[in-house]
Unconditional design. Sequence first.
Length: 94
Amino acid sequence: MKKYEIDYSLIKFRSMAVMGHEITHMFGVRHCVFNKCLMNGSNHLEESNKKPFHLCIVCLRKMQSNIKFDILERYLRLRDFFCSQKDERVNKEI
């Protein structure tokens, strides 16, 4: 029986991306067709792995319009969060 190594970094990366995408749907933002964006749809794992953690300017504006947040403060908090992660895949998003 072959033992498989679990790539926890990849699991964390994919989980964060899926959660961010789905939570953004909960605030009324649909799939993005404008730019490379967290809200792009994906039909397979390779597409999912290529999606960034950030929203494009169109989706960011939709989200901001829906829930009224300060965009600069949001990005500063996201930067702080990503900097706190001890994970190569996540840190490259900064």
